[in-house]
Ligand binder design. Structure first.
Ligand SMILES: [Zn+2]
Length: 437
């Protein structure tokens, strides 16, 4: 049995940053893009099916948020204006210790997914505890996610020991390895929270199961000083010595890069995830993105958790990445609008090893795409759609979102999440957390 295709027309179809098609249509069949045609031809070729037209919109690949902690949406605004270690040690980790559990992770993940969909994000690369609860929220809502097997060597409500964490990680992998929208990854917190023997064990499991490895790496000067005091070497070198720095590594943050680091990175080509707003908010540092790209490294974009951003808005993240790169190099060409959009789409898909499936609009790829209404006061006159999306649009202009051909946002309304019930739950959490931290 074949399904009836759906045909979505738009004023612009941005298949990738080098192809902006005017008055084209996407033909969607069984969750995939079956064809991309001029609107007139699509109408001729499919005369009997329903056609939907987005007359003032651009269709483009959904954003891929390459580094998130969805659950941290519940701690948004709990503690601000602090340095990373102060923020973690004195606010975030105590709050997590008190409240961490299935119920919190599920509700908070739902909140984050609702925000992500409403911002045009169709895939997230998450790392947090109680992965099953996040996976349940992902399964129910229809979004796509890469979910990390979370490893941190501190006793938590999720795992008291590293052995327990490894055991639970493998169970999660087995349960989700064939899921249509969930991809398990390895997610090691950092080199200061996981010992060398445990890093080697994590690498072995990742190699055996062919998993990408995520790790927070060289995020701040304090991290470098801390690891150097403990181990007399920099975090990157520590990983390099055990062979972990390679194209299967997703190195998150990398604001602290010296000449030796750059040599290692250039030779080994890990993927870098840039989180400019989190780095700015925690005053961690500035990742030298244009230099990394000039050395041939793939750089993707992530928001980090909402407690250090404080949102999951990939449009403003693109803008921040571009602006931060320009001002830090004093070169307006350091990071263009097109490069920023690549970082939020195809570069992220490459980092996750799924650029054959998502990250651009192409025949045979998943129908993960969004509609942005550009004929608004805020984005007119419209000389160039990508410029308007990166430098002027707001996430409120994302009107519709599809993942695997299923519509998750329709004219700004979530189709798989009960917004009212979600807000009521979140208010209850706020009262519980606020009264006890
Ligand atoms: Zn993070």
């Amino acid at each position: 049995m074949t399904n009836t295709p759906s045909i979505i027309h738009a004023k612009w179809v941005i298949t990738d940053t080098t192809h902006i098609l005017k008055h084209h249509a996407l033909v969607i069949q069984s969750g995939l893009i079956e064809a991309i045609l001029p609107s007139g031809l699509a109408k001729e070729r499919y005369p009997t099916v329903t056609h939907t037209t987005y007359a003032s919109h651009a269709l483009l690949p959904g954003f891929i948020n390459c580094h998130t902690h969805l659950t941290m949406n519940i701690f948004r605004g709990l503690a601000d204006d602090l340095e990373l270690m102060d923020w973690l040690n004195n606010y975030i980790w105590p709050a997590e210790n008190k409240w961490l559990g299935e119920e919190l992770v599920y509700d908070a993940s739902l909140l984050a997914i609702a925000e992500a969909i409403r911002s045009g994000t169709t895939c997230m690369n998450d790392m947090y505890f109680f992965m099953n609860a996040t996976a349940r929220a992902v399964t129910e809502t229809g979004i796509r996610a890469h979910i990390g097997l979370h490893l941190i060597d501190v006793p938590t409500a999720w795992a008291q020991t590293m052995d327990e964490a490894f055991e639970k990680a493998i169970l999660f992998y087995e349960e989700y390895k064939n899921h249509e929208r969930i991809t398990p990854t390895m997610a090691v917190h950092s080199t200061y929270t996981v010992s060398l023997p445990q890093l080697i064990k994590a690498k072995k499991i990742a190699d055996d199961y062919k998993l990408k490895i995520n790790i927070h790496l060289q995020e701040s000067p304090q991290e470098i000083a801390h690891v150097q005091a403990l181990h007399q070497e920099r975090p990157l070198m520590r990983l390099h010595k055990i062979g972990m720095v390679n194209p299967d590594l997703i190195a998150i943050h990398m604001t602290q890069i010296n000449e030796d680091d750059l040599k290692i990175l250039t030779a080994t080509k890990p993927n870098i995830v840039h989180c400019p707003e989190s780095n700015m908010k925690l005053a961690s540092g500035i990742a030298p993105i244009s230099t990394l790209m000039q050395h041939g490294l793939n750089v993707a974009l992530g928001t980090d958790g909402a407690a250090s951003n404080n949102d999951l808005d990939m449009i403003t993240e693109m803008r921040s990445a571009a602006f931060l790169s320009k001002i830090s190099t004093q070169n307006p060409q350091a990071l263009s609008a097109e490069t920023a959009l690549n970082m939020a789409t195809i570069n992220a898909a490459k980092a996750l090893g799924v650029d054959h499936k998502i990250g651009s609009l192409a025949i045979g790829k998943a129908a993960d795409f969004i509609a942005i209404d550009l004929e608004r006061i805020e984005t007119e006159p419209l000389y160039h759609p990508i410029s308007q999306i990166v430098y002027a649009a707001s996430r409120d202009q994302v009107t519709d979102v599809w993942v695997a051909g299923k519509q998750l946002l329709k004219n700004r309304q979530l189709t798989t999440i009960d917004e009212k019930a979600l807000l009521a739950k979140v208010k209850t959490w706020r009262k519980r957390i606020q009264n006890t931290v």
